[in-house]
Design a protein around this ligand. Structure first.
Ligand code: HEC
Length: 195
């Protein structure tokens, strides 16, 4: 019985992941993505002049990003080397501005300039709708963004030990995701944005 429950739960999780954003699309206020400005992300923002512009086109197929262990990185300001070296640091490091980090196609973190939001270490959290046409920003923000399982991105990611700059991986101190590893890998391989 327990095993059966486990299997059912896992299938629901997989379905949620495959379905991506469509599940909750109707519950969430649409973002005008053609005209995303810094005022859309006011909550918790301390200094809007430190904003890096982010649009739907800032997000690409995971295979076009740089793979680091189980996740993927890029840099919107052309500083990929700095982002990779932060990600590879054994002692932990602060990610440079412009860093994009993704584990699965539908969720992302982007680093703004220093001082943008001291509470989130200048990270902004995103939920995306992804399809063959590309990415669409569904929800974005600092401390208030919630994922499909009802978990608050910031609240969970801030549990990472300070040297890891809110990056969880599987051993930095965050609570675990309610999805098994094989489902994560499967979702990564199935990114609909890739050719
Ligand atoms: C319950 C805790 C929890 C919540 C809520 C959560 N995450 Fe995570 N997240 C994790 C864990 C744990 C990992 C690492 C998983 C792994 O490597 O196997 C992770 C990985 C990531 C990564 C890859 C880099 C890293 O930190 O390892 C990104 C990017 C990310 N999550 C973004 C988000 C976004 C955006 C949201 C909200 C929409 C969110 N997460 C909600 C726990 C959480």
């Amino acid at each position: 019985m327990l095993l059966l429950k486990g299997i059912i739960n896992t299938s629901i999780c997989s379905w949620l992941l495959v379905c991506g954003g469509c599940m909750m699309a109707s519950d969430v206020e649409d973002v005008d993505t053609d005209n995303v400005t810094s005022t859309d992300v006011e909550v918790g923002v301390t200094d809007l002049s430190k904003t890096i512009p982010v649009t739907n086109d800032s997000f690409v197929c995971l295979k076009k990003m740089y793979p680091v262990r189980g996740f993927f990185v890029a840099n919107l300001l052309g500083r990929l080397d700095d982002t990779v070296s932060a990600a590879m640091s054994q002692e932990g490091a602060t990610y440079p501005p412009g860093s994009v980090v993704q584990l699965i196609p539908a969720e992302a973190m982007i680093k703004h300039h220093k001082g943008w939001n001291t509470k989130t270490n200048d990270w902004e959290f995103f939920e995306l709708n992804v399809s063959e046409e590309g990415s669409e920003i569904k929800v974005r923000g600092t401390t208030q963004v919630v994922n499909k399982f009802g978990g608050n991105c910031f609240e969970c990611h801030q549990k990472a030990e300070p040297q890891w700059d809110l990056i969880c991986e599987d051993n930095h101190g965050c609570d675990s995701l309610p999805i098994p590893d094989f489902v994560i890998r499967w979702t990564q391989r199935g990114d609909p944005r890739c050719d």
